[in-house]
Design a binder for this molecule. Structure first.
Ligand SMILES: Cc1ncc(C[n+]2csc(CCOP(=O)(O)OP(=O)(O)O)c2C)c(N)n1
Length: 532
């Protein structure tokens, strides 16, 4: 008879989940025994790295990824990363080992006393199978749920002795051979109604969110904006985990500001606001004001019922974003409205000493490969990067919609593993590096050729900006003197260098992008926010 391990690995095979991210302990070793040759194990030296890599890998491969953690402390270490995966709508099957069933009740060392409750608010489903032979079915349940809309992480706790138990061959075959798909089309009446409203509007605007890219709706979004002559804004940066629209397109206006009042002001003059693939809206900080401009109506298309239900304004259609945009495209005529004024493109930044972060991103823009991918965690220069780089291909941008630091480094490694043929550049602040710093080790160990671009401003610049917004004076802990990220990365085996000035940066980035293996360029930048 097959064992739980045979059946579980067969299930992983049917789902294409043959890369396992993990950081094992004694309770996970039975799962990894006789590790099959057609699987790949990617070791992370901290659980934030394990889940961060799996998050990037799942997003960039478009399939559910598997992250295996070490019982309660491993799950504890991973909580921030699981929070990010939930906000990113990333399909993840997170598993963790558990004490042997015979010793759980007496709470032997490493027993996860309340395994189900521990990650509960951060996952779609949290479970510990009641019997060993239920493990394959529980893993299938979790993986299917993770991949159904809204996609997100799930958790299954696995007692360590379960892997050796035998399972019924027939039952297992039924359970692991199943296909579950969940891309729902919108009510045709709702689409027809929206098409009428859109075409009849005097000055409509389109807000593109991350789930356009996640659903494969990029071409439909572009075609709709062109047919209906819509100016397009990207959803505010904190929630924009992916791009929903090419930023070099003439209809593209920019990134919406992240607060209530400024969003309302930016959209002034529009009578219909069509949002796709985003919550309405990922606001922060709190700057009050009217939610919508006077007289404006809003309609959002989202695959997430919770996003639809919690929105403070507007109507919503819950359905697959791509399929709905395609249906809407079919239902609207070519508009007679004037074509939006063409987007002026990135602004010129004068070179200064030390460099402004906008200059860094303009230099990056000059050497950035056509098919390049950015993984971004540089809080004070997020907008500057979007303004200077103008990414225009799907699957080119990954940013933590959750805002928990520690996403950038490991996610870049996961994205590169999923997209080995596209160059990945991880743009990151020197403070953000520290949250999942051992991702450098995984990049070296698996020869993952990410180019890390570290902006060193010797402070938590974004928090100084927030202090101004919040009228907070005299807060301690906002300076970061004397961090040498290049030296730390070199300690992990990354080829790393520090540079000053635009020309040296340009050269260093050119060399790093042409080289094999992980490379790091650390550049000194001026303190403060960069917006241009
Ligand atoms: C896990 C976690 N802890 C703390 C924060 C708060 N935080 C947000 S941005 C930031 C500073 C990041 O510094 P750095 O990467 O150097 O970027 P800069 O602000 O200088 O651009 C901090 C500490 C967070 N977002 N996540």
């Amino acid at each position: 008879m097959p064992t739980v391990r045979d059946a579980s690995f067969d299930f992983f095979r049917t789902q294409g989940m043959t890369t396992i991210f993990g950081n094992p302990g004694s309770t996970e070793l039975p799962m990894l025994a006789d590790f099959p040759g057609d699987f790949r194990f990617v070791l992370g030296l901290h659980e934030a790295v394990v889940v961060g890599m799996a998050d990037g890998f799942a997003q960039a491969s478009g399939r559910t990824a598997l992250a295996n953690l070490h019982t309660a402390p491993g799950v504890g270490n991973a909580m921030g990363a699981i929070f990010n995966a939930q906000a990113n709508h990333t399909p993840l099957l997170v598993t963790a080992g558990q004490q042997t069933r015979a010793q759980m009740t007496l709470q032997a060392n490493l027993t996860n006393r309340d395994a189900i409750r521990m990650p509960h608010p951060l996952v779609k489903w949290s479970y510990e199978p009641p019997r060993a032979q239920d493990v394959p079915l529980a893993l299938a349940h979790g993986a299917h749920l993770a991949s159904l809309p809204p996609q997100g992480p799930v958790f299954v706790s696995l007692p360590m002795d379960d892997w050796y138990a035998e399972v019924d061959e027939g039952d297992t075959r039924e359970a692991i051979g199943r296909t579950v798909t969940g891309r729902a089309v919108a009510d045709p009446e709702a689409v027809k109604g929206l098409a009428k409203r859109l075409d009849a509007a005097a000055n409509p605007v389109f807000i593109a969110g991350p789930d356009i890219d996640a659903s494969g709706g990029w071409d439909a979004a572009v075609a709709l904006a062109e047919r209906q002559r819509l100016p397009v804004w990207a959803t505010p940066a904190p929630g924009g985990g992916k791009l929903g629209f090419p930023e070099g397109h003439p209809n593209f206006r920019g990134v919406l500001p992240p607060a209530i009042g400024p969003v309302g002001q930016t959209l002034e003059g529009h009578d219909l606001i069509l949002v796709a693939g985003s919550s309405v809206f990922p606001y922060y900080p709190y700057i009050p004001g009217p939610l919508l401009p006077e007289g404006a109506k809003l309609v959002a298309i989202t695959s997430d019922p919770d996003e639809a239900a919690r929105a403070p304004m507007g109507d919503a259609i819950v359905a697959d974003v791509k399929l709905t945009l395609e249906a809407l495209l079919e239902a609207v005529p070519e508009s007679l409205r004037p074509v939006p004024e063409p987007n002026p493109g990135p602004s010129e930044i004068p070179a200064e000493d030390p460099l402004n972060s906008s200059t860094v991103h303009s230099a990056l823009g000059e050497v950035f490969p056509e098919d390049g991918i950015v993984v971004l965690e540089s809080p004070s220069s997020t907008l500057a990067l979007r303004n200077q780089l103008r990414l225009s291909r799907p699957g080119s941008y990954y940013f933590s919609a959750g805002g928990g630091l520690g996403f950038g480094l490991p996610a870049a490694v996961g994205v590169q593993l999923a997209q080995p043929d596209r160059p990945v550049v991880c743009v990151i602040g020197e403070g953000s590096v520290q949250y999942a710093v051992s991702a450098f080790w995984s990049a070296v160990a698996y020869d993952v050729p990410v180019t890390f671009l570290v902006l060193r401003n010797s402070e938590y610049a974004i928090l100084k900006w927030f202090a101004e917004v919040e009228a907070v004076q005299g807060a301690p802990g906002l300076d970061l003197p004397a961090l040498d990220v290049a030296a730390v990365a070199a300690g992990y085996g990354v080829a790393a260098q520090r540079v000053d000035g635009r020309d040296a940066l340009h050269q260093a980035l050119t060399d790093a992008l042409a080289a094999d293996g992980p490379q790091l360029v650390e550049v000194k930048v001026a303190p403060g926010m960069a917006l241009a």
